[in-house]
Structure formats: structure tokens, C-alpha cells
Design a protein around this ligand. Structure first.
Ligand code: ATP
Ligand code: ZN
Ligand code: MG
Length: 316
């Protein structure tokens, strides 16, 4: 059995190694890191490999559509996705200053006096995006139903979750590469199943020892316990995990079937008029890169040739 201090020591030692090798570049925010040259080459390779594999797996050419959304969306998105109800502990909104010069002078006076100055700001209508697929539903709700036809969308999104941790595997801002299908229930379930299999094969092919496990989201509070149980019982969420620290598995990817959760809230309808179901599969790009560093080391030159080939590292 691993004890708590051992876990913390292992996390800190891994973080120190990654900082030393300049895989992680420190910033001024706890739990927020930049990505160094080698780690970024791995992440770019992962994205190419995953998109190529998924595109080849889909039945018709052009069925994979790549879109991009910024890390900021309207604050109402947190309400519409139920994030504010289910995960208040993780969300982040954007504060702004909209005072006049007098207000600014008051702010500066507080700052010069060494007092907190954030009280001069107020919450804006903007929020940070917590999951790469959420902006997609908000967009699809504003276009016509012809696009809700089982197309698979791919998005790399910057995600914010207020969960600072000494563990470099748990960042406050990270990238998720998602493959999202909005369509019929059958299409959504089939997508989730196929993606879990494809993801597992891809990660195993990179030399990672992976396991697929039933999982639940960290729903907040006492009511959350019931929601988590329900999610597990209905087998809505699966994670692909790997052992980074002895005796403890970390999720590096996840496959989720949302039933009609987003379809109903965003009024997404399939061409025949029924409420759409959705499923998404997310590769945690930093987590996978760090799992690879854990397995093969931080020096890319010593990685197995097959892995270097898959990730196109020779060109990097
Ligand atoms: P965990 O169980 O570790 O809290 P999660 O279940 O909340 O993760 P998802 O919401 O399913 O994660 O997100 C999809 C993927 O994004 C995860 O499988 C993981 O690889 C990655 N991810 C999630 N949270 C973080 C984080 N704080 N830092 C880095 N990557 C993350
Ligand atoms: Zn998603
Ligand atoms: Mg989880």
C-alpha cells in the first residue's frame, strides 16, 4: 500500500525531472505550465497520429471535420452544459475592469498600499472552457440540423479546471484532443466503443501499458455521489489509464456517452427530427506525453525507433 507522503514525493520527483529536462516550462500560475521543445514535438506527433488513425477508420472520406474554438466562451455555456451545477469546484470565469479613471485611481491606490486590488474587478460574461467538446454543442445549436448527422468532429481545445496539484499529471490548463459525434443513439454508442478500441491500440502501440476502466466524473457534493453512481451503473464513462505512480492508475484518455444530455439542452436534432445523442473521446495530450516520458525517458533520441516513427520525431 502506498502512503500519502510517498505519493507526494513521487509526484514532486517526477515534476522536478520534467522541469530539469525542460519538458515543462514554469509559469507564474500554480499548476500552469508551458511545454518545452521535446514535449511539444511529442504532442504534435500525437495529434497527427490520432487524427490520421480516426480518419482512416471512418467509413467515408471527409467524415472527420476539424474545427477550433478558443479557451474562452460565453459564461452561459457553464449553465447550459450543467457545469455550474455539477462541477462548481472546477470552473473559472473571467474578471474584468470596466470602471472609469476615478475607479482606476482607487484600484492603483490599493495596489500601491499593498492591498488586494481584485475587488475593483467584476465577473464578466466570459468563462474558461472546461472541456474541449462543450463549445461544439453551443455552436451546433446555432446552425441547422443537417450537420447533426453523425459527422465526427475533431477539436484540440485548451481546458481550464481549478484543480491545482503537485502532480504534473493534473494541470490547471491542459489540452484535450477530442473526437466528438452528435447523431443518433446508435451512432453515438458505436462511436464511443470504436474510439475506445482505437485509442487503446494507439496508446499501446506507443509502448504504454494501458487498461480500460469504468469511471465517473467528480460530481460536486453529496448529491454528486448519487450522480457518480448512476453514471457508473449506466456505463456512460470509460477511462484509458496507465500506472504513472506505483499502485495508482492515472486516466490518459476517456470515452463518454452523454445520451441526450447535450442534445436536449442545445436542441440538437438529427435530420429526422429526433433529439440527438452524443459521445466524445478525449486524449489528454499532456498526460499522454508525460506517460511516454515516464516510460521511455525525457531524451527523445533514446526512444524506441517504432515510437519515434509513429510520432514523426525524426522530422522534428
Ligand atoms: P481525472 O479522472 O484524472 O480527474 P477526468 O475524468 O476529469 O480526469 P475527463 O473529463 O474525462 O478527465 O477529461 C478527458 C481527459 O483529459 C482525461 O482522460 C485526461 O487525460 C485529461 N485531463 C483531465 N483533467 C486533466 C488535468 N487536470 N490535467 C491534465 N489532463 C487532464
Ligand atoms: Zn468531450
Ligand atoms: Mg476521471
Amino acid at each position: 500500500m502506498t502512503t500519502e507522503p510517498d505519493v507526494l514525493d513521487a509526484e514532486r520527483a517526477f515534476e522536478a525531472e520534467l522541469l530539469q529536462a525542460q519538458w515543462l516550462l514554469p509559469t507564474l500560475g500554480a499548476g500552469v505550465t508551458g511545454t518545452g521543445v521535446a514535449m511539444e514535438a511529442v504532442i504534435q506527433g500525437l495529434q497527427r497520429l490520432a487524427r490520421d488513425r480516426v480518419a482512416r477508420h471512418l467509413p467515408r472520406p471527409g467524415a472527420l471535420q476539424s474545427v477550433r474554438f478558443p479557451p474562452v466562451n460565453g459564461r452561459s455555456m457553464l449553465e447550459r452544459t450543467d457545469y455550474v451545477a455539477s462541477f462548481p469546484q472546477l470552473l473559472g470565469t473571467v474578471d474584468v475592469f470596466s470602471g472609469d479613471t476615478k475607479d482606476h485611481r482607487r484600484l492603483l491606490a490599493d495596489r500601491e498600499a499593498g492591498l488586494p486590488w481584485d475587488g475593483h474587478l467584476h465577473t464578466s460574461d466570459y468563462a474558461l472552457v472546461p472541456a474541449a467538446c462543450h463549445p461544439l454543442y453551443a455552436w451546433l445549436s446555432q446552425v441547422n440540423a443537417a450537420t447533426v448527422d453523425g459527422t465526427v468532429w475533431t477539436i484540440t481545445g485548451d481546458c481550464f479546471r481549478n484543480e491545482p496539484s503537485p502532480d504534473p499529471m493534473r494541470l490547471v490548463s491542459f489540452r484535450m484532443l477530442e473526437f466528438v459525434l452528435v447523431g443518433s443513439p446508435e451512432q453515438a454508442v458505436a462511436h464511443r466503443t470504436a474510439m475506445l478500441e482505437l485509442g487503446q491500440g494507439l496508446l499501446a502501440g506507443l509502448g504504454l501499458a494501458v487498461t480500460v476502466e469504468g469511471a465517473n466524473d467528480p460530481f460536486f457534493g453529496r448529491a454528486g455521489v448519487m450522480l457518480a453512481k448512476g453514471q457508473r451503473a449506466a456505463e456512460l464513462k470509460f477511462e484509458i489509464t496507465t500506472e504513472i505512480y506505483p499502485g495508482r492508475n492515472t486516466a490518459i484518455s476517456s470515452g463518454n456517452y452523454h445520451e441526450d444530455h447535450f442534445g436536449a439542452e442545445f436542441d440538437l436534432r438529427t435530420p429526422d427530427g429526433s433529439v440527438a445523442h452524443s459521445a466524445c473521446f478525449g486524449f489528454g495530450l499532456e498526460r499522454i506525453a508525460l506517460a511516454l516520458a515516464r516510460t521511455h525517458g525525457t531524451d527523445l533520441r533514446t526512444w524506441p525507433e517504432s515510437v519515434r516513427d509513429l510520432l514523426g520525431l525524426d522530422a522534428a
